[in-house]
Design a protein around this ligand. Structure first.
Ligand code: DHB
Ligand code: MG
Length: 239
């Protein structure tokens, strides 16, 4: 799918590619993801409330969950809650006493997410704050919250570099910062694409290139959400 212009007509080759990626995503999730009433209910409630269908895919949610467990994360910060689908995957990776703080700009989305998080039995672990992340983040820093072990950046894409700068301030040596949607159907490597979201992804990579405090890589992905990718950045480990 052309993430910069989803309405654009796809060529038959692109349609065949998307069908194959979707079929493989389904093949994997049918085998590796057991039935999960709380996650299914979260997606159903999100769709019923009219939220955009842009949550991470189930297989990507599992990846976030595994990253948090591999990392032994006790504290997680998420930017962009949407309906709470990735929030649930991440919060389930926390050990007893672990905490997840998630930020959502849209109060209607936040209301749906809150109900989904309660239904998943995670309300005790998760705090959801409503409002623009660029206002919430300085407040978190002033409150002395953090450093967070894992930070997942999945809010509006034009501000990714600003979010990453705040993520660094709220990190320690060894924190892991995961940033979603940075390849954008290849627009990342197309300087002619003036979409502010693609520009956000390119500015982010320029920032990473000049940032001695992180070691990072970006991995391209295909699947039911089309062609995109995510960045892993380890803090305090010069590349
Ligand atoms: C969009 C946002 C996302 O976080 C995502 O994973 C896919 C698409 C969007 O805003 O279009
Ligand atoms: Mg995303």
């Amino acid at each position: 799918m052309d993430l910069e212009n989803p309405a654009a007509a796809q060529t038959s080759e692109e349609q065949a590619g998307q069908r194959l990626w979707t079929a493989v995503d389904r093949y994997i999730s049918e085998r590796l993801l057991p039935p999960d009433p709380a996650l299914d209910a979260a997606l159903e409630a999100s769709a019923a409330a009219g939220l955009p269908a842009i949550a991470v895919s189930p297989n990507q949610g599992k990846l976030l969950h595994l990253l948090a467990r591999i990392h032994g994360a006790h504290s997680i910060l998420e930017l962009g809650t949407l309906g709470g689908f990735s929030t649930i995957w991440l919060a389930r990776a926390l050990p007893p006493g672990g905490r997840l703080l998630t930020l959502e700009v849209n109060s209607k989305y936040a209301e749906v997410a809150r109900a989904n998080i309660v239904r998943a039995g995670l309300a005790e672990l998760v705090e959801l704050r409503t409002g623009p992340a660029l206002e919430a983040l300085p407040r978190l820093a002033r409150e002395g919250l953090g450093p967070f072990d894992l930070i997942f950046i999945d809010a509006d894409k034009q501000n990714i570099p600003e979010y990453f700068e705040w993520a660094l301030k709220l990190s320690r040596r060894g924190s892991l910062i995961v940033t979603d949607n940075v390849v954008r159907a290849g627009a990342l490597a197309d300087p002619a694409c003036a979409d502010p979201r693609a520009e956000g992804a390119r500015r982010f990579h320029e920032l990473l290139a000049a940032e001695p405090r992180v070691s990072a890589t970006t991995i391209q992905t295909v699947g039911l959400k089309g062609y995109d990718g995510f960045t892993l950045a380890l803090v305090g480990e010069p590349s």
